[in-house]
Design a protein around this ligand. Sequence first.
Ligand code: PYC
Length: 400
Amino acid sequence: MFTVPDRLKPTYDVVIIGAGGHGLAAAYYLARDHGIHNVAVLERGYIGGGNTGRNTTIIRSNYLTPEGVKFYDESVRLWQDLAQDFDLNLFYSTRGHFTLAHTDASMRTMRWRAEVNKHYGVDSEVVDAQEVQRAVPMMDIRCGGHSPPVLGALYHAPGAIARHDAVAWGYGRGADRRGVEIHQNTEVLSIDTEECESGRAVVGVTTNRGRISTRKVLCAVAGSTPGMLKMVGLSSPIYIHPLQAMVSEPVKPWLDPVIVSGSLHVYVSQSARGELVMGASLDPYELHSTRSTLDFVESLSAHMLELFPFLSDVRVMRQWAGMADMTPDFSPIMGLTPVAGFYIDAGWGTWGFKATPVCGKTMSHTVATNRTHPLIDAFGYDRFSRFELTGEKGAASVGH
Ligand code: PYC
């Protein structure tokens, strides 16, 4: 699907660090919408090998803050046309999405989210436990009597899933066909800056395959952001926690919607292949690693069985982990930075996959024009020093 360039050019108009969905989407829209084709995407590993290929593929826009709702709503809109844009089947499948509430406090949060969503034209409503039961007859809404029962849910009809690695391939192939170079196995060793009127400015990147001159670098490396920021003398409040997931063996289709329970720390959907794709909360400690644990499989399985006891004989086939860039307000960090020509797309926490198209659109605009796209105004790097946070924790799928 891709050209494999054998060497780096001495100069590019833009260098993007990270060939995950976000970096490749930015490259695609830079070439397609802004006419900037002299772009290199540098990847230490392989295309889509980071969080793009390690998530549970949930797409939704039922956020809590007006900024979050508008941003993710635009992403859902972009998702609808993506397979056609790429001429590639992404297995995009609109399923509906239930966020279960097991307590009065979470019912209140669901009502709040539903009101904000409706205000911005996003299809969300609060439903009672009987409606959940009608949609998923196989669910034990009493949770076996061990955990608080399901009282109701936030139902979000546009909730969807997609084949995650195909998204990276689609953006990568589209960018490649428009002249962008994708260099895998290419590690960034330093980002070179020099003094300028406003402080410091990017002048190049040194890699394990040689040095490149460039005036613009976009950093899109979830899980490795702190190290990259250090290279340009910046810091951020991002801390890295592992987020694990697993899939079952394929079983007959029985689960149409996506189900999330914050109280039970579970989210699950059934893929086109019949596998149950499942995840839980972040591991509760900072760790820069993609190892996965038996503890995780045991505790997620126990919680799954409270909702779906009939699955007790179904086998788990694979498990894995990603590294999530967490921010104090659970919103991303996007846009310009104090270093001229250094742009950031980071802090995705547990929801970067669904944002892939809108990140590509807004970051390509920001890099091409050197002006923050209005949809990402609230996610600026400098918001922490101004204490103007964009608190999105209430929209997290599971408690952290
Ligand atoms: O944001 O929907 C989500 C999500 C699910 C799992 C991790 N994040």
